[in-house]
Design a protein around this ligand. Structure first.
Ligand code: E4P
Length: 227
């Protein structure tokens, strides 16, 4: 399973990239708002991220509400950099826009997906990526992981050749809150997990690793002192 980072914060992206295990970035309007970014700077900010990521897919979300406007946004956003993926929230207008954009070779990440039927509609329309949300189910005391499992199985049951420019659909596990979400997503074979930086750092840490390193350091100090 690949790791994406779910943020629009340049410092977080830079640091996560330095780890050498990042395969892409997802952003959304809330994440951009959190950076304090202005509307006029949105596209330049996306270009900055796309350039930092050197070819890795970077999802930039459209806030358009009509099919026509989504197509126009999609064309403009995807023209900003070759690795920009257009993110659209699932709805009838976005399915129609995805179908058109896919026919033009534009990659679409269909977001705010909460069910297998939504995911199947997105894939049939031509979405290149599908983002089922996990944590928001957990927030309302429902089981996000089992919903994700349904999406992974249903999409994996079919060949998506001819539906988008890459002839494949990848599932991006989204709304990830915990390392356990990452484990569960990988166990079921989800292609990608997009993880906020805080949760990514939690994935890296384990108390037994810290204890082990401290013990090795203490023992090595004895070796050094005995010289
Ligand atoms: C997906 O790409 C979204 O940006 C994201 O994962 C939303 O997660 P949230 O529920 O933490 O806002």
């Amino acid at each position: 399973m690949k790791f994406f980072i779910d943020t629009a914060d340049l410092d977080e992206i830079r640091e996560a990239l330095s780890w050498g295990c990042l395969a892409g970035v997802t952003t959304n309007p809330s994440l951009y708002a959190r950076t304090g970014g202005k509307l006029a700077d949105f596209e330049a900010h996306m270009v900055k991220i796309a350039e930092m990521c050197e070819g890795l897919p970077v999802s930039a979300e459209s806030q358009a509400k009509t099919t026509e406007d989504m197509i126009a946004d999609g064309r403009r956003l995807s023209a900003l950099a070759p690795n920009i993926v257009v993110k659209l929230p699932i709805c009838a207008e976005a399915l129609a826009a995805t179908h058109q954009l896919a026919s033009e070779g534009v990659r679409v990440n269909m977001t705010l997906v909460f069910s297998a039927p939504q995911a199947l509609l997105a894939a049939n329309a031509g979405a290149r990526y599908i983002s089922p949300f996990v944590g928001r189910f957990d927030d309302i005391a429902e089981d996000g992981i089992s919903q994700l499992a349904d999406v992974v199985t249903c999409i994996g049951n079919y060949d998506w050749s001819g539906k988008n420019v890459d002839d494949q659909v990848e599932i991006i596990t989204a709304s990830v809150r915990t390392p356990n979400h990452v484990t569960q997503a990988a166990l079921m074979g989800a292609d990608i997990a997009t993880v906020p930086f805080g949760a990514l750092k939690k994935c890296l840490k384990h108390p037994l690793t810290d204890q082990g390193m401290a013990a090795f350091d203490a023992d090595w100090a004895k070796v050094v002192a005995a010289q």
